[in-house]
Design a protein around this ligand. Structure first.
Ligand code: 5AD
Ligand code: SF4
Length: 481
């Protein structure tokens, strides 16, 4: 194995130089020799983690399609298996490590199988070292900033039969000419920015995804218009911190982007994730003013204790979060608000945890993702001593989850007997006589209906509520194109 590559460096990835954001419109190209590399070959992508990874997998699929590969869904059939990985918590990594072991047998059956690991774990020094040392079955490792190089990398891996590793730790560009194969037929992800500059002390994302860089508004709007023309009904604007959109280029910000996206006339616009720190009144106003911007905001709080928030580097206090929260619920009364909460941050006291519980009592969230703190190598929090035993953390998580479920149910009670508009995804997973889709406030709705198809917008009367879903029946077909 030739050592032509460098390991990823978290230190390098931390650097933020004040360079211009470069928009590359011709960087991606498939070399002539790689054009037919995929002919007669099949690929399979396993995607872990967040929507950013889902969207990256759609780009990877688009590139592989352009190289002549065809997608398959059986590991045994595949000539190329890619794991698009997540590094947010240790259990996300453990899943991938488990999968790496399990896939070893496939390599014995098919020695030509190419096995690739990409995504956020590929940006971590210790993980790449581990894969290089312990998992010889991995043929190709490439980072989140190297996706556009996939044709060259695959060619190298396939022809040289040597391990290929390429990971850029820093980047300053937005690449606009990448192909895409959308996995959904009526809902689409639209990246509006990449990376994150917030550096919350527990979080690996600013290291794995690099510096904050926004796409040009004209490119985003052109993508939404094209999706609308193709029949898509819903777009979700994606960024690690969508409120910071445009700040890196000193141009128009997220409120303006929301308004302009709404003016494209697409049926539904969602966005994720918002950071409470730069959520402005202008954004609230934009969400309130357009019917096609969905009244549903994911607003991670992480903790209800100002002391813990400070240690987390979150840039707001409990009181500031609550002020913003109430402003949103006041201006957009039907708005669903969900959140993320971490329990057991280093040295979190019982009183500090109680502050989190009382914040949940005050906000009555529609839902929440809750996590036990997981130290991430290279982050400031990982260097903090931690005196909270794991059984205490587990108990806190359980207590919090019970409260979250209680309020999710309580919030859903308001829907009983009401009519909600639902974008149909298809027959429900459990019962094909029942359809499912999401309400404007992002509630999962299971309902009986006549002849409906994925992508239809239908009105459903809610007849029964659960904590995590609503049940009902269709009352009339809403507009169809
Ligand atoms: N440990 C536990 N949870 C984390 N999150 C991010 N980093 C960590 C970590 N080190 C959670 C946060 C974030 C969500 C995506 O994952 O709550 O909002
Ligand atoms: Fe996981 Fe974060 Fe990477 Fe998304 S950005 S895949 S959540 S580590």
């Amino acid at each position: 194995m030739k050592q032509e590559w460098k390991l990823p460096s978290l230190k390098e990835a931390q650097k933020r130089t004040r360079r211009e954001i470069v928009v590359e419109r011709a960087l991606f190209a498939i070399p002539q020799q790689a054009r037919m590399l995929g002919a007669g070959r099949k690929y399979l992508i396993h995607t872990y983690g967040c929507q950013a990874n889902e969207r990256d997998s759609e780009t990877i699929a688009g590139i592989l399609d352009a190289m002549g590969y065809t997608a398959c869904d059986q590991e045994e059939e595949a000539d190329l298996i890619l794991l698009n990985t997540c590094a947010i918590r240790k259990n996300a990594e453990d899943k991938v490590i488990g999968e790496l072991g399990a896939l070893k047998r496939l390599k014995r059956q098919n020695p030509d199988l190419i096995f690739a690991v990409c995504g956020c774990m590929a940006q971590e020094e210790d993980m790449v070292e581990l894969m290089l040392k312990k998992y010889p079955q991995v043929d190709l490792i490439f980072g989140t900033h190297n996706i556009h190089r996939l044709p060259q990398l695959l060619m190298q891996a396939a022809m040289s039969h040597e391990r290929t590793v390429e990971i850029f730790s820093r980047e300053g560009e937005v690449i606009e000419n990448l192909p895409v194969r959308r996995f959904g037929s009526h809902k689409a992800w639209v990246n509006i920015m990449y990376g994150c500059d917030k550096f919350c002390t527990y979080c690996i994302v600013p290291y794995t995804r690099g510096r904050e860089r926004s796409r040009d508004m004209a490119d985003i709007l052109a993508e939404i218009r094209e999706l609308k023309a193709q029949g898509y009904r819903e777009v979700t604007l994606l960024g690690q911190n969508v409120n910071a959109y445009g700040k890196d280029r000193g141009g128009s910000g997220f409120a303006e982007l929301l308004r302009e996206s709404a003016r494209t006339g697409i049926d539904r616009i969602r966005f994720t994730t918002s950071h409470p720190w730069d959520f402005t009144d202008e954004m609230i106003e934009a969400i309130a003013s357009f019917d096609n911007i969905m009244p549903s905001i994911h607003l991670p709080v992480q903790s209800g204790s100002s002391e813990i928030l400070k240690l987390m580097g979150r840039r707001y206090t409990r009181e500031e979060y609550l002020t913003l929260f109430h402003k949103i619920r006041q201006r957009i009364p039907n708005c669903a608000v969900t959140t993320d909460i971490i329990v057991g941050f280093p040295n979190e006291t019982e009183e500090q945890f109680a502050m989190t519980l009382s914040l949940v009592d005050e906000c009555r969230f529609d839902g929440a993702f809750t996590f036990i703190y997981s130290p991430r190598q290279g982050t400031p929090a990982a260097a903090m001593a931690d005196n909270v035993p794991i059984d205490v953390k587990n108990r806190r998580l359980q207590q919090l989850n019970d409260k979250i479920a209680f309020y999710a149910h309580a919030r859903n009670e308001a829907y009983l007997g009401k009519t909600v508009r639902v974008l149909v995804d298809g027959p429900s997973k459990k019962n094909d006589q029942v359809f499912s889709g999401y309400s404007e406030t992002n509630k999962l709705v299971n309902f009986t209906a006549g002849d409906v198809r994925p992508g239809d917008l239908v009105d459903v009367e809610i007849t029964e509520i659960r904590s995590w879903s609503l049940n009902g029946r269709q009352i009339a077909a809403a507009q169809k194109d």
